[in-house]
Design a protein around this ligand. Structure first.
Ligand SMILES: Cc1cc2nc3c(=O)[nH]c(=O)nc-3n(C[C@H](O)[C@H](O)[C@H](O)COP(=O)(O)O)c2cc1C
Length: 345
């Protein structure tokens, strides 16, 4: 059977749904070319951090009108300056050269929390040839006086400002920690986001018990972590205009398949590529293809959203009603996390 793997993500035509998400693998021209050679359908470049564009820590405090320390929190995620491969000029140069050399879309990425540092750089990324922009609005409201509404407004202000500044497709990489994520997704959609990437990998420091220090590490993900994005992709599929990209916990083709069944337009991966190398993209795509063949799916479009909430005969499966049933049967036969054959039961 001839299988059609094509999908459309944030208005971009992709040859299949597997996209390399932002990571050190996509921080250099060689790295991006390697990902293209390995078969990635698109590459999101390592982020340019707002702090690199504008090192003024008082900007956030001025905008938020508070002395809270969320900004300091985000700085701890910011890579050491000496270790970071790209300054803004280097970033734009790499983006420009990658856009010229690659046949696949190259999506530029900005990581930040205010709309001060991003606007000019977003325009420059567009000029440098970015196929699209991904905004990773990385704000952890660690203070205790900032309201949920103020945090939501911060996000919406950034999106509106960047949307007004560029015409290339715009994706938002989000964290799930809003009171009502569905409402926020709708508001981002209305504000002009072409895609939502679910979800960002937040900074979660660990404690070093020997030296009593906070250890600022980003750990690689595990397949168990797909469940929250899986839930929200299932819930949002066909309820908003924006494309949905899954970004968390892909370790094998099983996670790619589950995300597509939930309704993802694209499935992103970093940890798996860091573990197994860029060539692992081909393994994921082959696994997807084999599974589709075994289930008689002729195209990715045919399988997308088959297990979204709207398409399921038991929509309660995504809601509280099912939680009660789950508690009654907590020890019955768990769904294995990674075997493609058992991805759908
Ligand atoms: C070492 C490392 C560096 C990362 N750098 C970025 C980054 O610059 N910008 C960004 O938006 N996400 C970054 N991420 C997050 C990944 O793009 C991805 O969203 C996250 O790892 C979850 O996907 P995964 O489960 O496939 O790893 C990074 C992740 C890792 C592990």
């Amino acid at each position: 059977m001839n299988i059609d793997l094509r999908t459309t993500y944030m208005g971009l035509d992709l040859k299949h749904p597997v996209v390399a998400s932002a990571s050190p693998l996509s921080g250099t021209l060689d790295g991006i070319l390697r990902l293209e050679d390995a078969g990635a359908a698109a590459v999101v470049m390592l982020s340019l951090f707002e702090e690199q564009v504008q090192q003024q820590t008082d900007t956030m405090l001025r905008i938020m009108g508070s002395g809270e320390d969320g900004y300091a929190e985000s700085l701890s995620y910011f890579p050491d300056h000496d270790d970071y491969p790209l300054d803004p000029d280097g970033y734009l140069e790499t983006l420009h050269r990658a856009s010229e050399r690659c046949d696949i879309p190259v999506i530029a990425s900005i990581n930040g929390i205010t709309n001060q540092g991003w606007i000019d750089i977003a325009k420059m990324m567009q000029q440098a040839g970015a196929s699209g922009l991904e905004l990773n609005i990385y704000y952890i409201p660690t203070g205790i006086t900032l309201s949920g509404r103020a945090v939501e407004d911060l996000y919406l202000d950034v999106v509106t400002a960047v949307r007004d500044a560029v015409s290339v497709p715009l994706a938002l990489k989000l964290n799930p920690y809003f009171s009502s994520f569905g409402d926020m997704a709708k508001q981002f959609d209305t504000a002009g986001a072409d895609a939502l990437v679910l979800f960002n990998r937040l900074y979660r420091p660990n404690f070093d018990l020997e030296h009593l220090q906070v250890v600022p590490r980003i750990s690689l993900s595990s397949p168990a972590e797909i469940r929250l994005p899986l839930l929200w992709i299932s819930l949002l599929h066909h309820r908003i205009k924006a494309s949905l990209a899954a970004s968390h916990g892909v370790d094998s083709a099983a996670e790619v398949i589950k995300y597509l069944l939930a309704g993802a337009d694209a499935v992103m991966t970093t940890s798996a590529l860091l573990r197994h190398g860029a060539g692992y993209v081909a393994t994921l795509v082959e696994g997807l293809q084999e599974w589709m063949q075994s289930k008689d799916y002729a195209s990715v479009r045919q399988m997308q959203g088959v297990m979204s909430q709207q398409r399921m005969s038991d929509p309660d499966a995504f809601e509280r009603a099912n939680y009660i049933r789950t508690l009654e049967h907590y020890d019955s036969d768990p769904v294995p996390e990674t075997t493609p054959e058992t991805a759908v039961r």
